[in-house]
Design a protein around this ligand. Structure first.
Ligand code: DAH
Length: 340
């Protein structure tokens, strides 16, 4: 029996060497491994008639030969399909996998962080799920204050669950500023975080990003606020851009301002995009004494400024992207994302 296996192995090796086409290989496979009358298949089928003592040695040897033949056939198929090694040109450039890139919101966050770091601000990342205290009360908005309505907040708890009230998805990054105020001055932080509001339409998404800057020290004035904003705008939007602050109202700053950037299309002359020459970006002001006190900072000794607005909005304005629907930022459509 062993003798028969040896003969099979030899004749297979000889025929395999002669195989010159894929058809030859297919024929070889049928001859040895064919299910009906393959030479090796017959041997394996007849094993049950072999005396037990002999079967113990022959069985494994027959299976081993089967594996050897299968491997050789597979290898022959590959080499005959690819062609002789001489045809293989290793200098042909490979196929480059597609390059990915960061999402444009991530790019914007990195760029904003970088600009403020150059002015000596340090980046902080305060929670996106926080207490009512930090989102409202510490910011001079006691329970039931009507100013809270503007923030369209998602609450986690239906009523207060501790001394800091209910938990909520923070509707603005200024809650991080309230937390930063618990540190000892001088402070120069930039908090960038996810924010949530119950709003969805062409210009709002329920999850978005804001950045909130804070500087607290002795003798801080509006002049420094304006200088800081001016530096940021020129770095972020380009050297020809100008900044304007307009009186406004926020509960947590006094005085408060809205911040506008000059329109890059008409350079403040007024056009279809900006209407009056300026584009509104966000809020700013001098930190309200009650807000300093909530952080246990003495308003007689220290003063400070704060500012904050949306990352997405800033980025779209920077690129002069007249995008009709901001939701496209989060739809993960490659036709849009690959343009950045
Ligand atoms: N948190 C405000 C908002 O979401 C924006 C803002 C205004 C932030 C004035 C500030 C500030 O830090 O000083 O609309």
């Amino acid at each position: 029996m062993n003798h028969q296996l040896k003969q099979l192995a030899e004749s297979f090796a000889a025929e395999a060497q002669k195989a010159a086409s894929l058809d030859d290989v297919a024929r070889l496979e049928v001859t040895y491994l064919g299910r009906k009358a393959g030479k090796l298949t017959e041997v394996l089928r007849n094993l049950k008639n072999v005396p037990v003592a002999e079967r113990k040695a022959v069985g494994p040897a027959a299976n081993q030969l089967k594996q050897t033949i299968e491997k050789k056939i597979a290898r022959l198929r590959v080499s005959l399909a690819v062609g002789p090694a001489a045809d293989l040109d290793l200098t042909v450039p490979g196929i480059r996998p597609p390059d990915g890139h960061l999402h444009l919101v991530t790019k914007a966050i990195r760029e904003i962080t970088d600009i403020f770091q150059r002015l000596g601000f340090y980046r902080v990342s305060y929670p996106e799920v926080d207490w009512d205290w930090y989102a409202f009360e510490a910011l001079n908005m006691p329970p039931d204050h009507p100013a809270r309505d503007e923030w369209e907040t998602f609450f986690i708890d239906t009523k207060a669950v501790g001394p800091k009230g209910q938990r909520l998805f923070t509707p603005h990054s200024t809650s991080g500023t309230a937390r930063e105020l618990e540190q000892r001055p001088p402070l120069r932080s930039i908090n960038i975080t996810k924010c949530y509001r119950r709003q969805i339409d062409a210009s709002h998404v329920p999850m978005f990003h804001q950045f909130d800057g804070l500087l607290v020290d002795e003798n801080v004035t509006i002049a420094e606020l304006k200088g800081t904003l001016d530096y940021f705008f020129k770095q972020f939007f380009g050297p020809e851009r100008r900044v304007r602050i307009r009186p406004y109202h926020f509960q947590f700053t006094e005085p408060s301002f809205e911040v506008d950037v000059s329109c890059s299309i008409c350079n403040t002359k007024g056009c279809k995009v900006c209407k009056a020459g300026w584009l509104e970006l966000g809020g700013a002001g001098m930190v309200h004494p009650n807000v300093l006190k909530a952080g246990k900072i003495d308003p007689k000794k220290y003063s400070g400024f704060a500012f904050g607005w949306g990352v997405e909005r800033s980025y779209l304005m920077k690129a002069n992207l007249n995008i009709p629907d901001i939701r496209i930022l989060y739809q993960n459509d490659l036709r849009f994302l690959e343009q950045f």
